[in-house]
Design a protein around this ligand. Structure first.
Ligand code: NAG
Ligand code: NAG
Length: 451
């Protein structure tokens, strides 16, 4: 029943409005270039539709006003309603039935759902072109399921397993839709530390640099959780201290720090599937993943989040479902429910000190859309150079093989031409048959050589 009444009223009002608007438009088309009488009709239609709209707004407004009875059924679907509405918060806790508890957090103080549509907008996967095509977002290489190195423990918490590798404190992004930058910088920092906890202890790279400098992202208006890695691969990131987080206060793209302090990513790819994500994280460190934003997640406080039955997905300005990018920091199981441990960027007073546990396989975490950004550590660079060298060598070999084969074919053709010329002087008929047979031979040999 939750929220359905107002949603229905709105839907009806909307369709009514749409019908009226369509009628008005049709009327205006009809009246084009015709008598003023038609214009009068047009204005009448517009006036009526405006009245209907005002009526709908009045109904929606009075529905919740007057303090007589604060209807619990209505607050969720209204853009002006507060995220931290205390009736809503207590309802979420009861609807969650022990899975998780809800609470107001300072991050959303004073935020309406309209603020959510604005302040968390614009984050998502922005593959330039289609997935898998060259130059676009690539799927991560398959490392083979079921191999011995593929086993992962039933629970994992990077904060415990690799202390100091969690890439600094939890951010408070404020009214700056920068989760795409924060999650990427966090994952990359953590991966450097993961690869060598001594050499890269407490690595903490700057998301503000992305917000301020990456022209292909939209700064505080969001960015691609995949595309942002292209910038990190090209330019590298300074430490947080060189370009401190400024969020919505905006900051110039500059730093006095030494370029050598930068850390780069080597490559990035798309990964799907619980097992593969766990293995990747276990072997190389955190990945970035989108979480669908439903209203009940905004007030998550503790426990294992599973979207409640009545949860409403939130949408951005262009009608796209809102997601926020988080960094997966581990996994586990609580009272039989498997979960992801994620680091969010809504301050330390949201969730479990800024972290959340989210049930696996409920659709809240988009497990088919993890982004892996490989850290350009010296070892990874060396390995990459080795692979590139091997690939180059293979290319050279193939080129040589092809040249040799072409030479063989040419030789044979020349020999055959010479033979044919010799036979032409004895018998013409015999010669033609012979040549046809040979042609077939050459074709099959060629295709056999070149799979
Ligand atoms: C966020 O910024 C926008 C644009 O300046 C503003 O309209 C909105 O009210 C702000 N939201 C909050 C919660 O401060
Ligand atoms: C509690 O979480 C479990 C596991 O995700 C889920 O199956 C169940 O439906 C949830 N209960 C409620 C009331 O949402």
């Amino acid at each position: 029943m939750f929220g359905t009444k107002v949603a229905e009223v709105r839907r009806m009002a909307q369709t009514k409005d749409q019908k009226m608007a369509a009628a008005a438009e049709a009327a205006s088309k009809r009246s084009k270039g015709k008598k003023p009488m038609k214009d009068l009709k047009k204005y009448a239609v517009i006036a009526v539709s405006a009245l209907v709209m005002l009526g709908a707004i009045y109904l929606a407004a009075t529905d919740n006003a007057g303090g007589k009875k604060k209807s619990r059924d209505t607050y969720r679907s209204r853009a002006s309603a507060q995220v931290n509405d205390r009736y809503f918060v207590s309802d979420v806790t009861s609807y969650a039935a022990g899975n998780f508890t809800a609470a107001a957090s300072p991050f959303f103080n004073g935020w309406s759902y309209a603020d959510v549509s604005y302040g968390l907008d614009g984050v998502g996967i922005r593959a330039e072109g289609m997935i898998g095509f060259s130059g676009a977002l690539q799927r991560c290489p398959d490392e083979g399921e079921g191999l011995e190195g593929g086993a992962v423990p039933p629970s994992y918490d990077l904060r415990v397993q690799k202390p100091g590798c969690e890439a600094g404190p939890v951010y408070d992004q404020g009214n700056c839709s920068s989760s795409y930058a924060i999650a990427a910088a966090t994952a990359l920092s953590s991966r450097f530390c993961f690869s060598d906890p001594e050499a890269y202890a407490e690595t903490h790279l700057s998301p503000q640099q992305i917000v301020s400098c990456d022209k292909k992202s939209a700064g505080c208006n969001g960015g691609g959780i995949d595309a942002v890695w292209s910038y990190i691969e090209r330019r590298g990131l300074f430490p947080e201290s060189c370009v401190p987080f400024a969020g919505a206060k905006s900051a110039a793209c500059k730093s006095d720090c030494n370029q050598e302090q930068k850390r780069k990513a080597l490559d990035h790819c798309l990964m799907g599937g619980e097992k593969r994500i766990k293995r990747e994280m276990y072997n190389r460190g955190p990945v970035v993943i989108p979480v669908l934003l439903k209203d009940d997640f905004l007030v998550y406080k503790s426990g294992v989040y599973t979207p409640t039955d009545n949860a409403n997905q939130q949408y951005g300005a262009n009608g796209e479902p809102l997601v926020t990018a988080v960094t997966i920091m581990g996994w586990g199981r609580s009272e039989g429910t498997p979960y992801w441990l994620v680091k969010n960027s809504w301050g330390t007073q949201w969730g479990e000190e800024g972290y959340a546990r989210i049930a696996i396989g409920t659709g809240a975490v988009r497990e088919e859309s993890a982004i892996v950004g490989y850290a350009a550590t010296p070892e990874a660079l060396e390995e990459d150079a080795r692979k590139k060298e091997a690939a180059e060598k293979r290319r050279e070999e193939l080129k040589k093989e092809r040249a040799e084969r072409d030479a063989r074919i040419r030789e044979r053709e020349e020999a055959r031409a010479a033979e044919a010329a010799a036979k032409a002087s004895s018998s013409d008929d015999e010669d033609l048959d012979f040549e046809d047979d040979e042609e077939v031979d050459i074709d099959s040999e060629e295709s056999g050589d070149d799979p």
